[in-house]
Design a protein. Structure first.
Length: 554
């Protein structure tokens, strides 16, 4: 047996009861001892023990003294110099958990909580806790979450050094709980605008799950997958995730399900606002971009890598017979076209010499495109286009088809040339009042316009004396001054070419202050009116378009 002695602080050693084999029943008389705290000397007086057991149907007692059979002694002590001192340890808490339902096993009804703790007032919404409610905006600051099933609130924001005392001001509980792992419902209206459905629901442990539908109606999100039939507005959504290749459902609370979607409706259109008769538009408002007989452009863009570029360097691209070539640096910035030339038929790019690329960052990408025009022979409901002639190139899945708006042949011109005695502040294409005494000889000296310089504008030459005048555009204003002894050429800053040229030889004599020479110019361009409507809903990466001007020089 082992005998243990401990001191009582007054120099006395107190013995504990020894432990003997379990076959005996004992009544012990523990020993005692003393210790000198100064010298560390101690003495021990062993005690005695009475034990007994059944023997021959009778109980016998045998008293005996306790003898030490081993000289091994283990001692634990502390020196007086090692006096205990109070220590303080601190830790930074990022979360604080409070049991809101310590006296019930019922689950909490979502959106019913209001309680005060740690210097703040909190309320719940779909499993998220908020504080610092602002009545002017109707919103608060995210401050934690709540597990509706266990009733435990996890705070992530509170007032430092404040009292954690809880005051539950409002809160509903319910017996039992009903959870779901999938939902089926129908939107209030249909059809639904593609990519406009947004779903959110709280899981049983208080996490907010969200999901959105793409253009095809496929729903994806945090632990959420499903499908919406956009024409009818019917929705099927499942909650869960794949774990090691196995679908694992997530228990969710059906009363927290929320969704939003854009329902398309048909409204009568005012022809004066629209600019055309709405009878020509489809009933659903969708205008087809590909129809039989339309011209389309089939194009494919590829990139070739170039780690570095040097002066005079020639690069053979991976394709020939190209339509467009451009070079982009590591940040997607296009190189100035003056820094290289491209032989489109052979696919060879030659860098300028000298070459300054200090404004660009390597590595570079040489982007090249092949394209061809074709005629649509037919269209299918699944989006398949039938072309009237075979394709010239071998296109892959990265190719695009673009609709083309044809304008035919275009050429700059001037019209409505006449002179007027005085300016009436009215831009008219016919004479107002009397003609001027002089006239401009456009038979021998016609007004000269260029396709890459002329714009569609109404002009007047306003004489300020018998020889000096101002050049005024209806939209561009006063652009220059001149006189009858010098040719008039005003440069279009966008193209570097003249808007028009008036030869000095065409003026003649007889002009007076206040006389006007009126004429119009027509640019070699066709007007295009673009109308784009962006409806509310989730953004998608394909929600964009681009326009390119194409043409041939005759």
């Amino acid at each position: 047996a082992t005998q243990v002695y401990t001191d009582d602080g007054n120099g006395n050693l107190i013995a504990s009861n020894p432990q003997f084999p379990a076959i005996y029943t004992y009544i012990t008389s523990p020993g005692s001892g003393t210790i000198d705290y100064v010298t560390g000397n101690f003495s021990i007086t062993p005690g005695s023990v009475n034990y007994g057991r059944w023997s021959n149907d009778s109980w016998a007692y045998s008293p005996t003294d306790i003898n030490f059979q081993s000289s091994s002694v283990s001692i634990a002590f502390a020196l007086a110099a090692d006096a205990l001192t109070a220590q303080t340890d601190s830790a930074t808490l990022t979360q604080l958990q409070i049991d809101l339902t310590p006296y019930t096993t019922n689950s909490i009804v979502p959106d019913s909580l209001l309680f005060t703790a740690c210097g703040r007032q909190y309320y719940d919404k779909s499993g998220t806790l908020y504080d610092q409610f602002d009545s002017s905006t109707g919103s608060g600051t995210v401050a934690g979450s709540v597990d509706y099933a266990t009733g435990v609130a996890t705070l992530t924001e509170w007032v430092a050094a404040s009292s954690p005392a809880l005051t539950l001001q409002a809160g509903l509980t319910k017996i039992g709980d009903f959870t779901v792992t999938e939902s089926f419902f129908r939107t209030p209206g249909s059809p639904i605008r593609p990519a406009s459905l947004y779903i959110q629901i709280s899981s049983a442990d208080g996490r907010l799950l969200t999901g959105t539908a793409d253009q095809n109606g496929v729903i994806t999100g945090t632990e959420m997958t499903g499908q919406i039939q956009q024409d009818m507005g019917t929705v099927s959504v499942q909650y869960g995730k794949m774990v090691a290749g196995v679908w694992t459902p997530t228990e969710c609370m059906p009363d927290t399900l929320r969704f939003s979607a854009v329902v398309l409706t048909q409204l009568p259109l005012d022809p004066t606002l629209l600019g055309l008769d709405p009878v020509r538009l489809p009933k659903d408002g969708r205008v087809p971009i590909y129809r039989p007989g339309d011209v389309v452009v089939i194009l494919n863009t590829k990139d070739d890598s170039a780690a570095t570029l040097s002066a005079g360097q020639s690069i053979q691209l991976s394709r020939t017979d190209l339509a467009v070539v451009s070079i982009l640096d590591a940040h997607g910035v296009r190189l100035d076209p003056s820094l290289f030339t491209a032989d489109l038929p052979t696919g060879v790019v030659t860098m300028a010499n000298p070459l300054d690329l200090s404004n660009y960052t390597a590595p570079f990408k040489i982007r090249h495109r092949i394209e061809e025009m074709n005629l649509v022979g037919g269209t299918q409901i699944d989006g398949t286009l039938e072309l009237s002639s075979p394709l010239q190139y071998n296109h892959d899945s990265t190719s695009y088809v673009a609709s083309a708006l044809l304008f035919g042949d275009m050429q700059a011109a001037y019209t409505n040339l006449f002179d007027q005695a005085t300016w009436t502040n009215v831009w008219s294409d016919v004479l107002i009042g009397s003609m001027a005494a002089a006239t401009y000889d456009d038979l021998n000296h016609p007004i000269e316009v260029l396709n890459n310089g002329a714009v569609t504008e109404r002009w007047r030459i306003n004489f300020t004396s018998s020889t000096a005048f101002q050049v005024v555009g209806e939209k561009l204003g006063i652009l220059a001054t001149g006189d009858t002894s010098t040719d008039v050429q005003i440069i279009n800053q966008l193209t570097g070419q003249a808007y028009f040229t008036l030869r000095a030889a065409g003026w003649g004599l007889g002009w007076a202050a206040g006389n006007q020479l009126r004429f119009n110019t027509i640019g070699a361009a066709a007007p295009v009116w673009l109308a784009r409507t962006v409806l509310a809903g989730a953004s998608v990466t394909s929600d964009s378009f681009s326009i390119e001007h194409r043409g041939d020089i005759g």
